[in-house]
Each structure stands twice: as structure tokens, then as C-alpha cells.
Design a protein around this ligand. Structure first.
Ligand SMILES: Nc1ncnc2c1ncn2[C@@H]1O[C@H](COP(=O)(O)OP(=O)(O)OP(=O)(O)O)[C@@H](O)[C@H]1O
Length: 321
């Protein structure tokens, strides 16, 4: 009970007044690491205006950080704000949205520029008639600076192919609906591979495992976690219904419910803490205005993880709302 109250207090405290979305103003204590980027955000509040000019609250004072060599998972039920948070952190917030709060890169005001960050969206937009190698070589020639010699661009492409474990299918046609090509998981890795060409320090992934079976999802996420560890890349991924094995690959968890943050911390800690919150007799979670569904859902994640609630080996997401 004490632990659950502490968590709720932590995230329901009165925030400091928000300022327009700043990329900067050092919070202090952060240091630059090799390729990775330390991204911190504080009191991020996002609203969207409707056609009548009314403002809808999408994200309510979210605070957290993503570290080099680690994978931070953004989780929460559909509509909880995962994509909006990814868009905000990566500087892709739509023009119809307004954000306030602080976003710092290595503790300083700095925009995420070319080569610093990459964003892989949910959709695969790949040229289906090309082989994996052709597509990635082509992308390298288009993306990498004109001053870079061709041989270096192709070597970079080949390294990215290896990093994403695509060597075995490099000569296979990507394919699509009409002509069958590589698998869904491999297609996803090709999309990620293309974004890795510029060796970004920060990788944002929106639902990298959507549409994949659990084995393919694990394969994709395991490569991403390996990449983060070995290259120092900082990864933030919005994920929906991860399997237990995929969940265990994450270093940190930012759990959202109805635009609010209900947990931020390490994944082992999340498992332990939420398990305690899920214990029968722990009251109070349901009473929080607007948070009942999300919080109830979050407790079921851990219940599932601890084998108390089997959901076909998956944590309940939409179905659990
Ligand atoms: N431009 C917009 N205008 C108004 N509301 C929006 C806009 N974009 C998002 N929303 C709303 O904000 C909320 C959060 O959306 P978001 O896409 O961030 O959720 P999500 O957690 O990524 O959902 P999913 O898992 O289904 O992709 C939703 O209720 C959505 O309808």
C-alpha cells in the first residue's frame, strides 16, 4: 500500500508552472556519452485544438528521461498518448497541437538534428521490387551527405544490414501483397535499418512490433536492444502488448494512462511495484479521477507477468481496458 501511494503521490504532485516547449535550460547533472544522447523532459503538457478552438488535453505534465545504451518503452492502452509523447520528444508535434515544458538533449537546449535522431513510424514504406541490399544501398546514396565517397556509403549500408541481422536475406526481394518477399519482421527491420544509416544517437520507434507474431516481435526488439547496448544508441519505443520476453528486453518503462504518467522507472522495479499495487485489498487506485481504466490496466500487466492472469502469453492491452 505504501509503495502504491508513493507512486501516485510522485505523479500527482502540483507541477511547477509550465513554460512553452523549450529544448534546453539545463536541469543539470547530465553528461554527453559517445553516440548516445541523454534526453530529459519535464512537465511536458500537450493540447490539441479542435475546429471550435477548444483545447483537448493529450499529455498532462509528463516527466522522464531516456539514457544512452538503453531502451525505454512507452506503454499504455490505445489512446493513452504514446505516439504524441514520441512525436513531442522527437520534435514532430503536429501544427494543430501545442506543447509546453522542457526537453533537454544532453542537458542543453539543442534541436535533434540530422544524424542525431531517427524516427521509425508504424507504416512500412518500402520499395517492394528491390532486394533488401538494393533498397538499403539506394537509401544510403540518397540519405548520406554528398561529400561522402560512394564506397563509404555502401560500406555504411552493409554495416547497417549486419547490425539489423539482415545478412541472410540481403539478396531477397522485399516483396509486398502481390509478390511475396521477406517476412513481416524482416520488413520491419529493413525500415529500422534505413533509419540507422546516419548512425543516429537517438532512435524513436512507434510500435516496432505491431503486426508481428511473438517470435518475430522478439527478434526485432532483441536486435534493437543489442544495437542500443553495443553502439550506445538511446532508444525510445512505443509498444503495445509486448510479450513477457519482449518486456524483459526493456531497461525502462514509462507507463501512460489517459495522457498521464502512472509509472516511470526501471522494468524490474515496475514489475515489483505494480505487483504490490495489484494485490487484493489495495484500494485507492480506482478512485483517481480519469485514471481508473489506465491504472487498472497497468496493474494487470504485472499480474500477467507474475502468472496471475494468463492472457495467451501477452499482457492485456486494448482487451484489458
Ligand atoms: N491532432 C489531434 N487532435 C485531437 N486529438 C488528437 C490528435 N492527435 C491525437 N489525439 C488524441 O490524443 C490521444 C492520444 O493519441 P496517441 O495517438 O498519442 O495515442 P496512442 O497511445 O499512441 O494510441 P495507439 O496505441 O492507439 O496508437 C487520443 O485520444 C487521440 O485521439
Amino acid at each position: 500500500m505504501a509503495a502504491s501511494s508513493a507512486v501516485l503521490r510522485r505523479w500527482t504532485r502540483t507541477p511547477s508552472p509550465t513554460t512553452p516547449l523549450n529544448v534546453g535550460n539545463s536541469i543539470g547533472g547530465e553528461h554527453e556519452t559517445d553516440r548516445g544522447v541523454l534526453l530529459t523532459w519535464r512537465d511536458v503538457l500537450v493540447t490539441a485544438a479542435d475546429e471550435k478552438g477548444r483545447h483537448k488535453l493529450i499529455l498532462d505534465r509528463i516527466t522522464g528521461c531516456a539514457r544512452p545504451r538503453q531502451v525505454l518503452a512507452l506503454m499504455g492502452a490505445s489512446g493513452s498518448g504514446k505516439t504524441t509523447l514520441l512525436d513531442t520528444l522527437s520534435g514532430r508535434l503536429g501544427v494543430d497541437m501545442n506543447g509546453t515544458g522542457d526537453i533537454l538533449i544532453n542537458g542543453r537546449r539543442k534541436r535533434l538534428s540530422y544524424g542525431t535522431s531517427a524516427y521509425v513510424t508504424q507504416e512500412n514504406t518500402l520499395m517492394t521490387t528491390l532486394t533488401v541490399r538494393e533498397a538499403i544501398h539506394y537509401s544510403a546514396q540518397l540519405q548520406l551527405p554528398g561529400s561522402m565517397p560512394l564506397a563509404k556509403k555502401l560500406a555504411r549500408a552493409d554495416r547497417a544490414i549486419r547490425e539489423m541481422g539482415l545478412g541472410a536475406v540481403a539478396s531477397s526481394r522485399i516483396g509486398g501483397r502481390v509478390c511475396k518477399g521477406i517476412s513481416g519482421g524482416e520488413r520491419k527491420r529493413v525500415s529500422i535499418c534505413m533509419e540507422l544509416l546516419a548512425s543516429p544517437g537517438m532512435l524513436f520507434l512507434d510500435e516496432p512490433t505491431s503486426g508481428l507474431d511473438s517470435a518475430a516481435a522478439y527478434h526485432v526488439m532483441a536486435h534493437i536492444a543489442w544495437l542500443a547496448r553495443t553502439t550506445g544508441t538511446t532508444v525510445v519505443a512505443a509498444v503495445h502488448q509486448p510479450s513477457t520476453e519482449v518486456f524483459d528486453l526493456f531497461n525502462g518503462l514509462c507507463l501512460l494512462a489517459n495522457g498521464r504518467m502512472v509509472y516511470f522507472g526501471s522494468t524490474p522495479e515496475a514489475a515489483e511495484l505494480l505487483a504490490r499495487m495489484a494485490r487484493p485489498g489495495v484500494k485507492g487506485l480506482e478512485q483517481r479521477k480519469g485514471g481508473w481504466r489506465g491504472l487498472a490496466w497497468s496493474t494487470r500487466i504485472v499480474a500477467a507477468k507474475h502468472g496471475k492472469e494468463a492472457a495467451g502469453g501477452r499482457f492485456p492491452g486494448r482487451a484489458g481496458r
